[in-house]
Design a protein around this ligand. Structure first.
Ligand SMILES: C[S@@+](CC[C@H](N)C(=O)[O-])C[C@H]1O[C@@H](n2cnc3c(N)ncnc32)[C@H](O)[C@@H]1O
Length: 195
């Protein structure tokens, strides 16, 4: 059992929940939400937490081991409203699918080399750490319900101003809802909605 009263099985090929995962869980407000989408489920911890209060939770990952581990973990916790599928960010979603909550804890470390193993996909955010953050920001609006909220985790290793400027320029409302200072970076959760 962990502090969320969830049983979490581990697999070396899948991201193990860390400060970033827990910061997101603390930041998300699931009230009045019927459905949720998580990009990059990893062990499934965030999606399983959401599944306790949100009717339907959809979780995807590019790492097949993350999908099978999340399936196992959901089963160990008797969660039957988490639906898992393979996707490269939004690539598997049909246009018109809308979610009240969209969550993404992206790979965010600045790394110059290309990922070698599937587990590297959990960390490698491209040369400036912002590769997946930019991809997410470009597309999430198409999948957010009218009153929906998106939760995006970002490290200070990639300039927060880049995201703030994008959100301002594209008329989104946002809060830096939760943050934590660590040794070499701070982690932030942006809560994003429409004006
Ligand atoms: C930092 S881990 C977060 C895992 C989990 N959400 C958590 O907070 O503990 C990032 C996750 O995103 C997945 N991922 C990486 N690139 C992706 C992509 N292009 N599309 C979907 N998922 C991706 C990784 O496989 C990994 O499971």
């Amino acid at each position: 059992m962990d502090i969320l009263d969830l049983i979490i099985k581990h697999d070396d090929r899948v991201y193990f929940p860390d400060d970033d995962s827990y910061l997101l869980i603390e930041a998300i407000d699931p009230s009045d939400s019927i459905n949720a989408l998580e990009i990059g489920v990893g062990s499934g911890i965030i999606s399983m937490h959401l599944a306790k209060t949100v009717n339907h939770v959809f979780g995807c990952d590019i790492n097949p081991y993350a999908l099978s581990l999340s399936k196992t973990n959901a089963s160990l916790n008797s969660i039957n409203n988490l639906f898992l599928f393979a996707s490269n960010i939004f690539s598997s979603l049909k246009f018109g699918a809308l979610f009240d909550i969209i969550v993404f804890n992206p790979p965010y470390l600045p790394v110059d080399s290309t990922p070698k193993d599937l587990i590297d996909l959990s960390y490698n955010g491209g040369s400036d750490g912002g590769l997946y953050i930019r991809q997410f920001l470009k597309d999430f609006n198409s999948f957010l319900s009218p009153n929906g909220k998106a939760y995006l985790l970002q490290s200070s290793l990639y300039p927060l101003e880049n995201t703030i400027n994008f959100l301002n320029q594209n008329n989104f409302r946002f809060k830096d809802k939760k943050f934590i200072n660590l040794d070499f970076e701070s982690l932030h959760v942006f809560e994003i909605s429409r004006l």
